[in-house]
Design a protein around this ligand. Sequence first.
Ligand code: FAD
Length: 392
Amino acid sequence: MPNASGDPHIVIVGGGVAGAEALLALSALARVRLDITLVSRVADFHYRPLDIDEPFGMGSARRYALDDLARGAGAQFVCDSLSRVDTDARRVLLGGGTELAYDALVMATGAASHPAFEYGVTFDRLLDPEEFDEVLADNRAGFARSVAIIVPAGVSWTLPAYELALRTVTWMRQNGEPEITLITPEAEPLGIFGHEAAAEVAQVLEDAGVRLHAGATAQPMSNTTYSMLPSGAWDEADRIVALPQLSGPRIPGMPYDQAGWIPADQHGRVPGFDGLYAAGDGTSFWIKQGGIAAQQADAAAQHIAATLGGSEEQPEPFRPVLRGLLRTRDGARYMRADLGGGEPPAISAEPLWWPPAKIASRWLAAYLAAEDLGAEERALYMRRVAMARRKR
Ligand SMILES: Cc1cc2nc3c(=O)[nH]c(=O)nc-3n(C[C@H](O)[C@H](O)[C@H](O)COP(=O)(O)OP(=O)(O)OC[C@H]3O[C@@H](n4cnc5c(N)ncnc54)[C@H](O)[C@@H]3O)c2cc1C
């Protein structure tokens, strides 16, 4: 159904991985003009995996202007917050009072992040970066030699805790011999990538001097003590650091389950609502990870391209493949797991996907890699991307 401009109007809410990927995919796949609006409450796309490096002085988290990304994709950018969705009238209401009508709406607002525990420090560079900076400052001042890093129960993407442990142990070694312990409910370290990967990751941790408690659920009882289940053991550390817990976005007017997650089918459609799609961490899919968010966004974009964008290609359903890049002191480990059970899991020191970015994605990874290059290199790079994609 075309809107006043005569072109189908697509609204994408969220300027994170899912929103940016959906926009780039749609602009590449549509065969007719689409009037696309990208809405985000912040003006920049924020590359979260590099948050891990920031406190260690290994570069700052990378940000890219959403206005540029939207313009490059032939879309408009509106920096505003979504207040509510009227699914009957097919309109979204923004905090500044603007109303946008849509033929298709892609909800890509991500998850809400909050501390998992009453005690200790939460590693969250968006919510409270100073908390972890103080842990490092205290180590430098000689107050914090031992650190326990906890993966809370229910956190599905655990790899950041491994990189945090590896970065912390290396950094703290300049101030003496640290004791870093990683506690995770996973039966094996990064076991989702298979036994071979788990054995290699365990070795990486051991070589780096990180103590591992796998299969253990930790509960901080104070800022320096924690208990572990099922063993019931207690332990202590000068500082306790945990990954944040995520919860569903609970957007007024949107359907969501008891935990606040938006349901979506294999084409990203929200069941029972015409023209309504969802992708990324805010959906009810159990693993909250950038590569997965991008795959969901691709599925939604393909469906929209086929229904409103004049594409004759059959939309591919979402078939989750998890790709994780763990940076260790002796190089990268690329891990892949087909969550649908197709191909066997793999780990390699060589890239298992291309471009070999931490957030593996069809369109966004190439866009971001090109953004980081100069104009000439960017043109060359984009040609390589196009060739690699043709070969696939
Ligand atoms: C430290 C860390 C390391 C990570 N490492 C990796 C990794 O190595 N590989 C990987 O694949 N993933 C990694 N992730 C996970 C990855 O960053 C997330 O899974 C991914 O960002 C989710 O994408 P999303 O688009 O669903 O949500 P987000 O990226 O959170 O984006 C949500 C967007 O919606 C906007 N928004 C929210 N509410 C509203 C509203 N009401 N109105 C308007 N806009 C709104 C936000 O401002 C944001 O732009 C890591 C995450 C962290 C924190």
